[in-house]
Design a protein around this ligand. Structure first.
Ligand SMILES: Nc1ncnc2c1ncn2[C@@H]1O[C@H](COP(=O)(O)OP(=O)(O)OP(=O)(O)O)[C@@H](O)[C@H]1O
Length: 247
């Protein structure tokens, strides 16, 4: 079986700073893999290397068997199959929710206005903000804005979704709405690579959890193992801090 994502010996430097130090991992079709780890461990950089928002210094990244790091590959064609959801929702402030979900379909996929609108409405309904089509981002809560951002990614019919701390910018009471949408996508079989601090989500939804620290993968396994019974001291220390922040 071809892996949905394969990362082979990935290194990334920013100047002298080696942020990724030989990452190897895979995500198979339909799998949900959560990446956890302390701030600055390289999680976002890893995710950004999967759609070449960052160019790896060394190593290879494959999406569905296609090597993104091959200079002859049509990167835009591969990128179109990858949906990305960021911590900040990055919606256009002067466009309504509906227009935000339509615009990339029209510009990138060259869909006509009518089709783009139908697809946008379907996806806004799917994430539970169908009633907010005509609202501007400033009129929406953070959780609603993030769900519009998810709808925007889904409207492009991606094979694969990357999430970079999608709930970190949200007020605590809004986190659940976004996680519910992500859980539903996982149940539908979407392949997902998710950088998150939400241990409950990682534990309940992920097929695998990857713990990163200092630019390396320290542990990679089933959630019950990595979160429930970590083998490495570094993982235990991190989890203790995250799960018992008051101590
Ligand atoms: N564009 C950049 N230029 C220079 N250094 C960068 C750049 N992006 C990230 N870094 C550095 O790379 C390191 C890893 O950052 P990264 O954002 O990947 O970590 P992270 O694990 O996602 O952290 P967080 O949980 O805080 O988002 C940090 O030291 C950061 O300062």
């Amino acid at each position: 079986m071809t892996h949905a994502i394969e990362i082979a010996d990935l290194h990334k430097y920013f100047g002298q700073n080696e942020v990724l130090k030989g990452i190897r991992m895979t995500v198979d079709p339909g799998q949900v893999v959560c990446v956890i780890g302390p701030s600055g461990s390289g999680k976002s950089t890893l995710l950004r290397c999967v759609n070449l928002l960052e160019v790896p210094t060394k190593g290879k990244v494959f999406v569905d068997g296609v090597e993104l790091t091959d200079p002859d590959v049509d990167i835009d064609a591969v990128r179109r199959r990858i949906g990305m959801v960021f911590q900040q929702f990055n919606l256009f402030p002067h466009m309504t929710a509906l227009q935000n979900v339509m615009i990339a379909q029209q510009r990138v996929l060259k869909r006509g206005k009518k089709e783009a609108e139908v697809v946008a409405r379907e996806n806004l309904d799917k994430v539970g903000v169908g009633a907010k089509c005509d609202a501007y981002p400033a009129q929406l809560s953070g959780g609603q804005q993030q769900r519009v951002a998810i709808a925007r990614a889904l409207a492009m019919n991606p094979d694969l979704m990357l999430f970079d701390e999608p709930t970190s910018a949200l007020d605590p009471e809004l986190v659940g709405d976004v996680l519910t949408v992500m859980r539903k996508l996982a149940e539908e079989g979407m392949t997902m690579l998710v950088v998150t601090h939400e241990m409950g989500f990682a534990r309940q939804v992920a097929d695998r959890v990857v713990f990163m620290d200092g630019g390396v993968i320290v542990e990679d396994g089933e959630p019950a193992q990595v979160i429930g019974d970590p083998q490495q001291e570094r993982t235990r220390t991190f989890l203790h801090r995250v799960l018992h922040p008051e101590e």
